[in-house]
Design a protein around this ligand. Structure first.
Ligand code: PAF
Length: 282
C-alpha cells in the first residue's frame, strides 16, 4: 500500500491503471476510520482491481463555528487499518495541494443542498460536492462508495454525478451500528460517557416509529413526528435540530399520510456534538 500526497501522482496512477484495463474503486473519507468506513472498503475491494481511500479533512465543508480544527486525524491508525483491509493507495493531500492559492471554482447541486442539513450548515454541501468532484477527477474511479448514514449527501452526490456525466457508479452502502444501535460516526468519539449512553435513543426512537408504520398502527405523519419528537426530547442532553419524513429519491418532505418507500431523517445535538441518523421504511 502506498500513500500518495500529490494530485499529479494520483492522476498518473489512475491513468496507468485504466490503461492496463483495471477498474478503480474509490472510498472518499475524512479519516478517523471506523468499521462503517471499512465496510465500504471491503465492498470496494470485492468489486474493483484497484482500491483508493482518500483521507482529506476538507475545510470547505465546515462552517466557521464547526469542528474543522478539532476533527480527529489519526493517520497512522487509519493507514494500518487500510493496509489490513487490502487498500492499494491512500490519497492524502494537503489543503494547499487541493486548494492552491487563487482557487475559485465551486460545484453546487441546487435545491437539494439547501434544506435539512444544508439549511443548518450553510455552504456545507457545496464544499462536499466541490471536493468530491475534484476527487473524481483526481482518482478517476469506476465506482465510488458512500454510506447511507449521510443520506442527503449520498443523494446530492448521485445527482451531481448524473448531472455532470461523471463516468462513475455511486454505490450506496448501509449504515453500520454499534451494539446499542448508535450509527457509527467519527464524531461519536467527541461524546462524553453519559452522552454516549443517551445517544442510543436516536436509533431506538427512529426504529420505534418504523415499527409503528410497519404494524400499520398509524399512517399519520403528524402523529409519528409528534411522538418521535417527544421520545427524542426525553433523552438527557439531546436537542433536536430536525426530524422529517421524506421521499427517498427526491428528498421531498412527506405531508399528512406516509407513503412507502419513505425515510425518516434526523439531526440533533448532544452537548457540543452534532449527530445525524436516518431509517428506511419500505
Ligand atoms: O462523508 C464524508 O466523510 C465527507 O463528506 C466526504 C464525502 C469524504 C467529502 O469530504
Amino acid at each position: 500500500m502506498k500513500i500518495i500526497r500529490t494530485v499529479s501522482g494520483m492522476q498518473n496512477i489512475a491513468r496507468a491503471a485504466h490503461k492496463n484495463g483495471k477498474t478503480i474503486g474509490l472510498v472518499p473519507t475524512m479519516g478517523a476510520l471506523h468499521a462503517g468506513h471499512l465496510s465500504l472498503v471491503n465492498r470496494a475491494r470485492k468489486e474493483n482491481d484497484v482500491v483508493i481511500v482518500s483521507i482529506f479533512v476538507n475545510p470547505k465543508q465546515f462552517g466557521p463555528n464547526e469542528d474543522y480544527l478539532r476533527y480527529p486525524r489519526p493517520l497512522k491508525k487509519d493507514s494500518a487499518a487500510c493496509r489490513k483491509a487490502g487498500v492499494d493507495f491512500i490519497f492524502n493531500p494537503s489543503v494547499k495541494e487541493m486548494y492552491p492559492e487563487g482557487f475559485l471554482t465551486w460545484v453546487k447541486v441546487e435545491k437539494l443542498s439547501d434544506f435539512f442539513c444544508g439549511k443548518h450548515r450553510p455552504g456545507h454541501f457545496r464544499g462536499v460536492t466541490t471536493v468530491v468532484a475534484k476527487l473524481f477527477n483526481i482518482t478517476q474511479p469506476d465506482r465510488a462508495y458512500f454510506g447511507e448514514k449521510d443520506f442527503q449527501q449520498l443523494t446530492i452526490v448521485k445527482k451531481m454525478a448524473s448531472d455532470l456525466n461523471f463516468p462513475v457508479k455511486i454505490v450506496p452502502c448501509p449504515t453500520l451500528r454499534e451494539k446499542d444501535g448508535l450509527a457509527m460516526s467519527s464524531r461519536n468519539s467527541y461524546l462524553k460517557p453519559e452522552e454516549r449512553k443517551a445517544a442510543k435513543n436516536i436509533h431506538l426512537s427512529l426504529a420505534g416509529a418504523k415499527r409503528k408504520v410497519k404494524k400499520k398502527k398509524t399512517k399519520s405523519i403528524e402523529e409519528l413526528l409528534a411522538e418521535l419528537e417527544k421520545n427524542l426530547q426525553s433523552t438527557p442532553g439531546l436537542v433536536n435540530q430536525y426530524i422529517n419524513i421524506i421521499k427517498p429519491k427526491t428528498l421531498e418532505e412527506q405531508k399528512h399520510h406516509i407513503q412507502l418507500p419513505a425515510r425518516i431523517i434526523y439531526a440533533g445535538h448532544l452537548g457540543k456534538t452534532r449527530l445525524i441518523d436516518n431509517i428506511e421504511i419500505k
